[in-house]
Design a protein around this ligand. Structure first.
Ligand SMILES: [Zn+2]
Ligand SMILES: [Zn+2]
Length: 303
């Protein structure tokens, strides 16, 4: 009988250690994706810090990666560039957060500078990847056959385990994150919104999906015939969102670093600006309509 007890103890020890360990690290091949980091400021190291309440900045300097914490599990939004996930993982750990505490990785859009690191991060954390249903195919094919970039900026394919639709909310512990589809920049470009509190003071946080159209083919694009209609929908959508603290996949989109600097110099509310989402949308639409007019003119169409 004693041998049986010994065997059971050993089995129970093995089972417990399996539970105690994070899911096995999966190594992702990140070689061959260097075209993505064409702006060196994107991958400059950046110390992690609290943005507001349970929302933290953990990205490199030029690519926003957000960590939202809750006792039930933590959430990351975006994953930076494929070769540079170590910058993000080190930042997360500097905050005292364990990688396997991250339960979900969300994505703003399926471009290499925001989705490139997700496969590796998912492998290292064991987190479930959640993305907009309209960007899921592009994530799964690693950015290949992008309607604007074709095969120019591939990234390691992402195993999306759950897809969300416009207006869908996700609940994890006390966190409630809502996905607003803001298509145009990609077909499934997403603006994420949630609430973060400090004591009783709560802020509506908004990570605005990019509304820029850099070198995009806006007319007669067979791979995205509705691109103009989608962008215009998204400008109106972002402009009307409740938005106390505006964030974006590129910090510069919303003058993030200027506002952080002001806060560090004593203006405690420098990050809070309920008009910022609207201002960004108006500015992005102005640039968009100018570019569209140019493209219409060169195509010989009426302005
Ligand atoms: Zn993009
Ligand atoms: Zn980008």
């Amino acid at each position: 009988m004693r041998w049986l007890v010994a065997v059971m103890v050993v089995f129970s020890w093995i089972a417990q250690s399996a539970y105690a360990q994070p899911r096995a690290t999966i190594q992702v091949n990140t070689a061959g994706y260097s075209a993505c980091a064409h702006d060196s400021s994107w991958i400059m190291p950046q110390r992690p810090f609290r943005i507001y309440g349970n929302t933290w900045y953990v990205g490199p300097h030029g690519l926003t990666v957000l960590l939202i914490t809750d006792p039930a599990g933590d959430v990351l939004i975006d994953g930076g560039i494929a070769e540079h996930t170590s910058l993000i993982e080190e930042n997360i750990q500097k905050l005292g957060v364990k990688l396997h505490d991250i339960k979900w990785i969300l994505n703003t859009h399926a471009h290499c500078d925001h989705a490139g690191g997700i496969a590796q991060l998912a492998g290292d954390t064991g987190a479930q990847v959640i993305a907009n249903v309209a960007d899921t195919p592009l994530l799964k094919r690693g950015g290949h056959d992008d309607p604007e970039y074709n095969n120019e900026f591939p990234f390691p394919p992402v195993n999306v385990e759950r897809s969300v639709t416009n207006g869908e909310s996700l609940k994890l512990g006390n966190l409630l994150l809502t996905a607003y589809s803001t298509p145009g920049h990609t077909k499934g470009n997403t603006t994420w919104s949630w609430t973060s509190c400090e004591h009783a003071r709560c802020m509506q946080m908004v990570d605005i999906g990019s509304l820029s159209a850099p070198s995009f083919k806006l007319i007669d694009n067979p791979k995205y015939p509705d691109v103009v209609k989608d962008f215009r929908y998204s400008f109106a959508m972002v402009a009307k969102l409740r938005c106390d603290i505006a964030l974006g996949p590129h910090p510069d989109m919303v003058d993030f670093w200027d506002r952080v600097a002001k806060r560090e110099h004593g203006d405690a509310n420098a990050l809070i600006d309920p008009g910022k989402c609207r201002a960004y949308a108006i500015d992005a639409q102005k640039n968009f309509e100018e570019e569209l007019s140019k493209q219409r003119m060169s195509a010989g169409l009426a302005k």
